[in-house]
Design a protein around this ligand. Structure first.
Ligand SMILES: [Zn+2]
Ligand SMILES: [Zn+2]
Ligand SMILES: [Zn+2]
Length: 356
């Protein structure tokens, strides 16, 4: 039972049951140690905010101007091969470079900076300019999974790479500059903020319980299945209890794997399958090519075995109530904490109708 404290004037606290679908409350994210404010029953308020344009996508199969299409020349002058599956190359405008020399800057512990060596790569998911993950076949997505596994192994093996961040920005709403289906990999020496929070939380939980945080969390979710939206042999897709974005989901491997390289062949196919289910479900939710940022979190590649780390992926989609109304993270959310109106359970029930 979830309880909350009611402080009476006498200073005696009484406990009463929290109604997750009615009471404004905050929820804890054990992966990051952060909180999200949940305000159910607030979605009825009239909307006078920004309405997004939804240009109907009629992309060609091949775009001679696209720097990701097969055979085209990129800004660097390099020409893409006539690839038929996936194609990986070093980003021509990389935010991180492997040859960055080691140096640091420190003034009184307040002005602090370090150089950051790393590698940025682009992964083209398909030669077809007009496809999205949601419209690719499971066999085609499986090739993308293979590429991700190979990249995690290749980049993770480099001595100066301790974190490999695989991600995809889908749609102009999320800042994707090119509709050609592709993702990015940024791999660097110092684990970034989000990974550091999740790393610390999983390590502390493992030390305290001698078990994995996400394995134990999955067991709880499977008791009610209230937030589980899809499932196959290898993966669960669920709306996490602490979701921030309206239709945020998380993919979690059923088997305790610390990274993509820990999946067997069946599980890699299962990952392709659940990616298809989730992205296709998103598309049908608001009848639009659904925008999102997605990415994998897996163990740091610092040489340790990291039994506390459990492979998962986050989907962060910005759409709120329709194809044209998006969620903004502004005001209280920038200054205080994130807030959501529709509960994780209500979002999961909507997603279950479109994800199979
Ligand atoms: Zn293209
Ligand atoms: Zn686990
Ligand atoms: Zn994570």
């Amino acid at each position: 039972m979830i309880t909350t404290r009611n402080h009476s004037l006498t200073g005696v606290s009484t406990m009463s049951e929290l109604n997750l679908q009615m009471d404004p409350h905050r929820r804890y994210n054990p992966l990051t140690g952060e909180w999200v404010l949940v305000s159910p029953r607030r979605t009825d308020r009239p909307w006078q905010g920004q309405i997004e344009e939804t240009p109907l996508l009629a992309e060609p199969e091949f775009d001679p101007q696209c720097y990701l299409c097969p055979g085209n020349t990129r800004a660097s002058g390099d020409r893409n091969p006539h690839y038929t599956g996936t194609f990986v190359f070093d980003n021509d405008f990389a935010a991180l470079r492997p040859d960055t020399p080691e140096a640091s800057f420190n003034e009184a512990g307040l002005l602090v900076a370090d150089t950051e060596p790393g590698v940025c790569r682009v992964v083209c998911f398909s030669p077809r300019h007009d496809l999205t993950v949601s419209r690719m076949s499971i066999e085609q997505i499986r090739l993308v999974v293979n590429a991700w596994v190979a990249q995690f192994e290749d980049l993770g093996a480099k001595s100066f790479i301790n974190w490999v961040q695989i991600f995809e920005n889908r749609g102009a709403l999320m800042g994707a500059s090119n509709p050609h289906p592709h993702g990015q990999i940024w791999a660097n020496s110092s684990p970034p903020n989000e990974s550091r929070k999740e790393d610390a939380a999983q390590r502390e939980y493992y030390a305290a319980h001698q078990s994995c945080l996400l394995c134990d969390y999955l067991a709880l979710e499977l008791k009610s299945r209230e937030r589980v939206v899809s499932e196959n042999e290898g993966f669960y897709a669920l709306v996490p209890f602490w979701a921030v974005w309206p239709f945020e989901t998380m993919l979690v491997s059923k088997q305790h794997a610390t990274g993509l390289d820990g999946l067997n062949e069946l599980e890699k196919t299962a990952l392709a399958d659940i990616l298809k289910r989730v992205t296709a479900g998103y598309d049908s939710l608001f009848q639009v090519s659904f925008p999102y940022t997605m990415g994998f979190h897996q163990r740091p590649t610092d040489g340790g075995t990291h039994p506390e780390w459990h492979l998962h992926a986050h989907f962060y989609p910005p759409l709120l109530r329709s194809a044209t109304i998006r969620k903004f993270m502004v005001g209280y959310e920038m200054l205080g904490m994130p807030q959501r109106d529709i509960t994780a359970e209500a979002a999961a029930s909507k997603l279950r109708e479109v994800m199979y």
